[in-house]
Design a protein around this ligand. Structure first.
Ligand code: FEO
Length: 392
């Protein structure tokens, strides 16, 4: 099989997983995904940067069929979709050594049973010569595990970022040519994987400022031969103020909560707020995660189930809390028949959010005139807070 050449001596090995629809048994993959390894051949040594998911081991080994000697395997990240074939590669190339951060070493030993003496740890800024090519290791913790690093190929100005700046997108394109499509996939990826680590991402984006980068080569989705496209997108997602947007994830069992959501939506729109409702019984949670990147307000809607909140609303609340979006305001609306501790239950799940809590509107039965008025007051409070914060 022919290697995908990026530059002289630099090859992408893209294991495209068109049909995969769920990642980590958790994350929806509407566009599939890919796992990119990279082969760098210097005048004296050859290195493989990351491997691929074990489900694509056969593809990787086929790609390496004509590679006679491999000296180094760089493990930018210990998660198995990139490290999972290291043992297999070591079987084929027993002379090879694995390079990883000090934090990655025990993980590789624990997760993949790689012998300790096979792994060489590298410090931040350390270089490894391949002869006429030089790899520089840049520690980049918490994108999205504690052990992560980037590898910079100095002579060709290629930055291998593993998960960082990647996208869950199956594609036959080496580079991001359809920028609208890639933007959507990269934003989905950011919202689901990277958003909880915004502070670390800011530090790691800062680290890239002093590098001249011609190509960003992540290990999911296409590479970027216009690096500013993805760097600018990340700057916007990480640094920009949230927009004048209210996201309403909700569940309705008998129509009461749906009526409340519709009324709140109308009242917010009348006041100039952009509204994104998500019926959680049919929602792709990736779409909800993407909406959370930009929203200033989150309003969770739930009916009462067994004296608590609906399980889908509990999960959405847990998710919003875990993803740590930039939302500044949060509230809850809902309806019950004979009793509910839904407000206490959902409020207790929101400890991570640094958002101001706006008093909930929780009603008995189908909404009545006073309930509609309460929802309009909620809409007015949200709109006013957005105006006070100059949200656009
Ligand atoms: Fe693509 Fe964190 O693994």
């Amino acid at each position: 099989m022919k290697l995908h050449k990026m530059k002289d001596g630099v090859y992408m090995i893209p294991a495209v997983h068109w049909e995969r629809r769920l990642f980590d048994s958790l994350i929806p993959l509407p566009d599939g995904t890919s796992y990119n390894a990279y082969l760098v051949e210097g005048s004296e040594k050859t290195a493989l940067i990351d491997t691929v998911d074990p489900m694509k081991a056969e593809f990787l080994m086929e790609q390496l069929k004509d590679v006679k000697r491999l000296d180094y395997i760089v493990a930018n990240h210990a998660e198995q979709d990139h490290s999972g074939c290291i043992s297999l590669v070591l079987e084929k190339y027993p002379e090879a050594k694995v390079f990883a951060t000090p934090k990655a070493k025990p993980m590789l030993m624990d997760l993949l049973l790689i012998p300790e003496d096979k792994i060489i740890t590298v410090e931040d800024g350390e270089t490894l010569s391949l002869g006429d090519k030089t790899l520089r290791f840049i520690h980049a913790p918490w994108v999205h595990w504690p052990e992560t690093m980037f590898t910079y190929l100095e002579e060709d100005k290629i930055l291998f970022t593993c998960d960082f700046l990647g996208s869950h997108m199956a594609t036959s394109e080496m580079y991001a040519t359809d920028e609208c499509k890639v933007y959507e996939s990269a934003k989905r990826y950011y919202s689901e994987i990277m958003m909880p680590f915004r502070t670390s991402i800011q530090k790691n984006l800062d680290k890239l400022k002093d590098l001249t980068i011609d190509i960003i080569a992540p290990s999911h989705g296409p590479a970027y031969n216009k690096p500013e496209f993805i760097i600018n997108a990340y700057h916007s997602w990480v640094y920009d103020e949230p927009g004048n947007i209210a996201v309403i994830p909700f569940v309705s069992m008998h129509g009461s909560v749906k009526k409340m959501v519709e009324h709140l939506e109308g009242a917010l729109k009348e006041r100039g707020v952009i509204v994104k409702p998500f019926d959680l019984t049919v929602t792709d949670l990736g779409q909800l995660a993407m909406a959370l990147v930009d929203a200033a307000t989150v309003v969770i809607g739930t009916p009462a189930v067994l004296a608590g909140a609906h399980p889908d609303a509990i999960y959405a609340t847990y998710l919003a809390n875990a993803l740590r979006p930039k939302a500044k305001f949060i509230s809850i609306i809902g309806s019950y028949s004979w009793g509910s501790k839904a407000i206490d239950q959902l409020s207790g799940l929101l400890a991570n959010l640094k958002a101001e809590v706006i008093p909930p509107v929780f009603i008995k039965g189908f909404p009545k005139e006073a309930d509609f008025k309460a929802l309009e007051n909620l809409a007015e409070t949200i709109a006013q807070k957005h105006r006070e914060n100059n949200l656009k």
